[in-house]
Write a protein that binds this ligand. Sequence first.
Ligand code: S3P
Length: 436
Amino acid sequence: MKIRGPASVSGVMRVPGDKSVSHRTLILGALAPGESLVEGLLESADVHSTRSCLTRLGARIERLGQGKYRVNGFESGPEEPREVLDCGNSGTTVRLLMGLVAAHPISCVFAGDASLSERPMERVVRPLSEAGATFLGRAGSTRLPLAVRGGNLRPLDHRTPVASAQVKSCLLLAALNSTGTWRVTEPAATRDHTERMLEGAGVVLWRDGSTVELTGPQRPRPLSVTVVGDISSAAFFIAAGLLAADDGLALQGVSLNPSRTGFLDAVKAMGGSLEIVEGEPVSGEPQGRLVVRRSQLTGTTIGGSLVPRLIDEIPILAVLAATARGRTVIRDAAELRAKECDRIKATVEALDLLGAKVQEQADGLIIDGVTELVGAEVASRDDHRIAMSMAIAGLAARGTTTIARTGCVDISYPSFWTDLARVAPDALHRDEDSLA
Ligand code: S3P
């Protein structure tokens, strides 16, 4: 994809459904006896991975229309699948489903693409093994592919070494079908979609700050969910608006779950013009309308408990910091190295090519704002969030920015290029040779 900048953006838009909520809707729908209904499901490659694994485990998931699905839950529990559970590129799929199957007397094999096979699974394998599940990896490895034998699990009181909603959710899903009280304590609170949706489905749990407790067994009731707009997808357009919307850019129906709004807090701390009008919650998730305008930003410091609230938005935040006045320091974010690619390295390399002043740190980035970025050829590393971050950087940069292998946006935001073309009509040029 070629992007010619500087380009301006304007208009009104709605981003697709939240990825985290979409995965969880299908999973809880599969666990609930009877029929659940979903509207606004994100139809992306990652959510498709969850759908196909759940189907292999015996759930019936039917597409009724655009984003509209009916889920018929397992009869009594998941069936032993005949085939490998292919989780594609999706960490949420593998980590949550490992928790689900570990609490049932079945065996399955989890696999994923090259990126997912490099990502750490120890964080779920260790507690689930301690609870009594058996894992088998190649040469004793805890990376994918992994075979799991589940069964009756002992309850755990687990302190997660990393703040990860995937680990927390994995253990809550294991607790649902076990006997006794499970407790998960995180170093900092992470996204709480699993807890909200479980409560919405009648499951009783207790939570306080970064600790959650669930006493099993409990079975969720069937759900009727409308999925809110994904704030992680909206972040790319919020950034585009801050860099290039003289007349403003409005985004409707964006999730405002406080465990996800760290990016909005950071943008405000940087002096961004951002208007937030909160509406009625949708299926237990706060949401609202945002209006964003071109702003001269100033550097900020990001660290501590703010990091899990904006972990997926750090690459696009780095793009904003690249032309902000002064220095931005991002620390406590070593987890970025364990995402779809090493996002610290990928962000530093791409922004450096665009003329930014960025220094790589073990657990983050230091960025000194420059007055202007200049178009260049950059790599997506097949990481959806890197590709989209660099597209927005390209809008602001002078000249042409070429991004190779941009098909990866399908992981979380298949209509990204179409949406970008709508708000920035003259900026995009598809280069057929460079498409993955
Ligand atoms: C997610 C949790 C986060 C996030 C990922 C989605 C989830 O990962 O980065 O995109 O849906 O639970 P971690 O749990 O590994 O931090």
